[in-house]
Design a protein around this ligand. Structure first.
Ligand code: NAG
Ligand code: NAG
Ligand code: NAG
Ligand code: NAG
Ligand code: NAG
Ligand code: NAG
Ligand code: NAG
Length: 376
C-alpha cells in the first residue's frame, strides 16, 4: 500500500477522511499505470489537500523523496506497521520568526553555522555573535542562524523579536521550546536549509554552549571538505556503543510505544548516530535528510533521530570522526590552546563566561601561530 496515504494522514488535514480515501484510491490506481504517475500524483495530492505555510513545501518534499528508494519495502512496511505514527511538527508548521534571505545577504556563502539555542539564552547568543561565529577568513563567508521554539511569556517573546530585528539571525518555529521537542527544532533546521540555503557548501550544527575554533574550521577543515559530498563529521557512537535506556528513572528513558514507532522495539542499542554538540554536514545531504523525515515517525531523542535514523536511510554517507578534536572540560581546552599544538575544533558544554575566555585563548593561539618561526 501507499507511502503517500500515510504521509497525508500524518498531516492531520482537516479536509478529512474523504479526500484521504479518494487520494489513496487514485494512488493505488496510478501505481499500476506508470512510474511517472507515482511521482506526479503525490505532489498534486499534497498541494491540493494540505498546503499550509510554505508555498512550495510539497515541491521540496517531492524532490527530496526522490533520494529515497520508493521501492524499499522495509521502509514502507515499517511505516505501515506502526498504526498511527506521528511525525515531526516542523515538517509543515509555520515559522514564527524567519529571515529567508539570511544566506543571500552575502555573496558566496560557504559555511552556514546553525546553533540550537534555548530562547532564554540571550547572553549565550550574544557571546556567539561577538566571538567565534564572527571570525571571517578571506573568501570563506559564514552566516549564523539560531534555532528556537516558542515561549509562552509575552515579555520574553517581545525581547526575542527585538533581538531578531537587530540581528536577523533567528529562526523560531511554531512549537513549544521544550526538551522533548528538540527533534522538531532539528527538523526545522533541515527544512529551512532545504528551502533557503542550498548555496552553502557546509553546515556546522552546534549547541549554544559550544565554542568552535573558527580559525581551524575555516583555514584547515573547510579546505579539506569543501569539495566532498555526502559526509558527516561528528563524534559518532558506532554500533553497540549507545544502549537504549530502559530504566524508567533515567532522563533518556524511552517507552515501548516510542521504540515501536521507529521499529527498534526489540533492540538494546541504537543504530550509529552522532552526539549533536557539533556536527559538520555537507549541504547536499540536508534535503535528503529532510525528505526522509517525512517517512520517519517522530522520536524525541534528537541526536538519534537527526544523526542516526535519518542518515540510516539516505544511502551512502561518509562519516569522519571528531573523536580527537573536542573537549567538554574547560581546563583541558585552556591548557590545549596555551600549548604549542592544539587540534581541538569544538569545546562544548561550558558556561557562558567561560566561552569568552576560551575564545580569547583560541585567538591568541592562532595569532602566535601566524608569527613566522624565524622572526624573534
Ligand atoms: C520556494 O519558493 C521560493 C519563492 O517563492 C523560491 O525562490 C524557491 O526557489 C522555491 N524553492 C524551491 C525548492 O522550489
Ligand atoms: C562569487 O563566486 C563567483 C563564482 O565562483 C565569482 O565569480 C564571484 O566573483 C564571487 N563573488 C565574490 C564577492 O567573491
Ligand atoms: C564582527 O566583526 C566585524 C569586524 O571584524 C565588526 O565590525 C562587527 O561589529 C562584528 N559583529 C559583531 C556582532 O560583533
Ligand atoms: C515573563 O518574564 C519576565 C522576565 O523574565 C518576568 O519578569 C515575568 O514575571 C514573566 N511573566 C510571566 C507571566 O511568567
Ligand atoms: C532581553 O534581551 C537582552 C538582549 O537581547 C538581554 O540582555 C536581556 O537579558 C533580555 N531580557 C529578558 C528579560 O529576557
Ligand atoms: C511540543 O510542541 C507542541 C506545539 O507547541 C506542544 O503542543 C507540545 O506540548 C510540545 N511537546 C512537549 C513534549 O513539550
Ligand atoms: C583532529 O585532530 C587530528 C590530530 O589529532 C588532526 O590531524 C585532525 O586534522 C583534526 N581534525 C579536525 C576536524 O580538526
Amino acid at each position: 500500500m501507499s507511502l503517500y496515504c500515510i504521509v497525508m494522514r500524518r498531516k492531520e488535514c482537516n479536509v478529512g477522511l474523504l479526500i484521504i480515501t479518494f487520494a489513496c484510491f487514485i494512488y493505488v490506481t496510478m501505481v499500476t499505470m506508470s512510474l511517472d504517475f507515482i511521482r506526479i500524483t503525490p505532489r498534486y495530492q499534497l498541494t491540493l489537500a494540505c498546503d499550509e505555510s510554505t508555498p512550495n513545501a510539497s515541491q521540496v518534499l517531492e524532490s527530496s523523496l526522490e533520494l529515497v528508494s520508493l521501492k524499499d519495502k522495509s521502509i514502507s512496511d515499517r511505516i505501515l506497521n506502526v498504526g498511527e505514527p506521528t511525525y515531526p511538527i516542523m515538517l509543515w508548521n509555520k515559522y514564527l520568526i524567519n529571515n529567508p534571505d539570511l544566506c543571500n545577504m552575502a555573496d558566496n556563502i560557504s559555511v552556514l553555522i546553525v546553533v540550537k539555542t534555548d530562547p532564554l539564552n540571550f547572553e549565550r547568543r550574544n557571546i556567539i555573535r561577538n566571538t567565534w561565529s564572527n571570525y571571517t577568513h578571506h573568501s570563506v563567508v559564514t552566516r549564523v542562524l539560531f534555532l528556537m521554539g516558542k515561549v509562552q511569556n509575552e515579555t520574553i517573546q517581545e525581547n526575542i523579536s527585538r533581538e531578531f530585528d537587530e540581528h536577523l539571525d533567528i529562526l523560531q518555529g511554531d512549537f513549544l521550546d521544550t526538551y522533548r521537542n528538540l527533534t522538531n527544532k532539528g527538523v526545522m533546521g533541515l527544512r529551512w536549509i532545504t528551502e533557503n540555503c542550498m548555496q552553502a557548501k557546509m553546515v556546522v550544527k552546534v549547541d549554544d554552549d559550544a565554542v568552535i575554533d573558527t580559525y581551524r574550521l575555516l583555514e584547515i577543515v573547510y579546505p579539506i571538505y569543501e569539495t566532498k559530498t555526502r559526509y558527516i563529521l561528528c563524534n559518532i557512537f558506532m554500533n553497540g556503543k549507545a544502549p537504549i535506556v530502559r530504566d524508567e528513572k533515567h532522563k533518556w528513558y524511552v517507552k515501548d510505544s516510542e521504540l515501536k514507532q521507529i521499529g527498534l522495539l526489540d533492540k538494546t542499542i541504537y543504530p550509529p548516530y552522532c552526539s549533536g554538540f557539533t556536527a559538520i554536514i555537507s549541504t547536499d545531504l540536508i534535503p535528503a535528510m529532510f525528505g526522509i523525515a517525512h517517512l520517519t515517525p517522530f522520536f524525541w531523542v534528537d541526536d538519534v533521530y537527526l544523526y542516526g535514523l535519518l542518515p540510516l536511510k539516505a544511502g551512502r554517507i561518509d562519516y569522519y570522526s571528531l573523536a580527537s578534536n573536542y573537549t567538554f572540560i574547560y581546563k583541558n581546552a585552556m591548557n590545549c590552546f596555551s600549548s604549542k599544538e592544539c587540534n581541538i575544533l569544538s569545546v562544548a558544554e561550558i558556561k557562558a563566561d567561560e566561552m569568552m575566555s576560551i575564545w580569547d585563548v583560541i585567538e591568541s593561539y592562532h595569532l602566535k601561530q601566524q608569527i613566522p618561526q624565524d622572526v624573534k
